[in-house]
Design a protein around this ligand. Sequence first.
Ligand SMILES: NC(=O)c1ccc[n+]([C@@H]2O[C@H](COP(=O)([O-])OP(=O)(O)OC[C@H]3O[C@@H](n4cnc5c(N)ncnc54)[C@H](O)[C@@H]3O)[C@@H](O)[C@H]2O)c1
Length: 413
Amino acid sequence: MVFNTATTIIFGADGYIGWPLALHLGARDNDKIVMVDNFSTRKLVKSVKSDTLIPILSMKERLNTYTKQTGKKNLVFVEADIQDPRSVDRIIAKFKPDSLVHLAQQRSAPFSMVDQEHILYTELNNISTNINILFSMIRHVPHAHLLKMGSMGEYGTPGIEITEGDLELTRKGKTAKVMFPRMGQSWYHLSKIFDTYNVAMANRVYNIAATDVMQGVVFGTRVDEITNDAFATRFDFDSIWGTVINKYVVQAVLLNKLLIYGKGRQKRGFLSLYDSINCLTLLHDHPAETGQYRVVNQLDEIFDTIQLAEKVQKIGREFGVETEMEFVENPRVEREDNEYEVQHSILPSLGFKREKEMEDVLREIFEDVLKNKKRAASMKKLIYPTVYWRTATAMQVKDFAMPRSLMNTKREK
Ligand SMILES: NC(=O)c1ccc[n+]([C@@H]2O[C@H](COP(=O)([O-])OP(=O)(O)OC[C@H]3O[C@@H](n4cnc5c(N)ncnc54)[C@H](O)[C@@H]3O)[C@@H](O)[C@H]2O)c1
């Protein structure tokens, strides 16, 4: 019997979200999953003298283990820098995917704020990877679906409910639909905003079907398919690459402290890694219609950073980890007591349900961090903030030199 199989390309498949997504889509049926990455996150995290707290295998080892355990060979890896339009074009022309997932970006806000060189890298990388995918898609697979990962941070904190899709605006008695304002507060978030406009433009002009997912902050170490250490996904915890909940657990274990930025009343939306993968899978399986540009907001819950710290304190106690809150100068420029209301109804309408409660995911993070406590101890000094939004004005900050191999420009002799 012959089964029809589909092909999906995941750009950024070595990453925190990309690897579990590839595992999840690969393991569930026989569809071909083409994974593309240039390992830049591995290099960039090392450039600030940090590393993933949970050790991860090389892509070759990951795929060997996958084939041994599942007996399948439907995950295919291509190493490529998708800033290079020719590489992207070759990959898309060769595999003719039905679906493309774009996660391949420099995704740290503090990293993008280090200095001018890091701003340039972030914006050039993120904008060009997106445009390269859009144009090769238009040339070779104009009917495929693009699932592009945006960020809730694109909206900033506008003080009114954030709509899912366009905002209705009335002026001088006339009403129009306009894109919801985007006021992100880092150069990284600005790069995501440019992406949003570029995807919407490609939709208007070339009619491509695209879903732009605005995800909140992701936390956690596991998904259902991460059944052993060989399948672990990266876990960043330092002040530059870590995200708040993941960082808190490491701070608790190593310092018995939780670092609160400023007043700690900044509210944001959060979701677990399980739900990030489930949401992307659901949107992959229910693509935007032909010619549709669909914006989807995803978050499970909204908390301020003190409320989150209280949750971490509570679960920490179950593991014998006592913590106190330490208030530190906020390195970011942001409102510290914002309102936050977000419309998010598309995913529930497709049947999305939260897989695990935050407290259960926190328990898993504590287990995994405690298991790697020794390894973490050697990186303790990376926990306190080092990149301050307002002071990062130098052309280049020596301590955090960008790896030359990732810069396109040649240095003057
Ligand atoms: N982690 C979060 O909390 C979160 C929240 C919302 C949105 N996002 C978005 O989700 C996406 C994935 O995030 P993540 O946390 O998995 O980050 P990550 O850094 O772990 O993964 C990104 C992957 O893309 C690769 N990549 C980057 N530039 C590339 C290039 N030029 N060519 C080839 N590969 C390249 C990196 O090597 C890395 O493996 C990003 O777009 C990010 O902005 C993440």
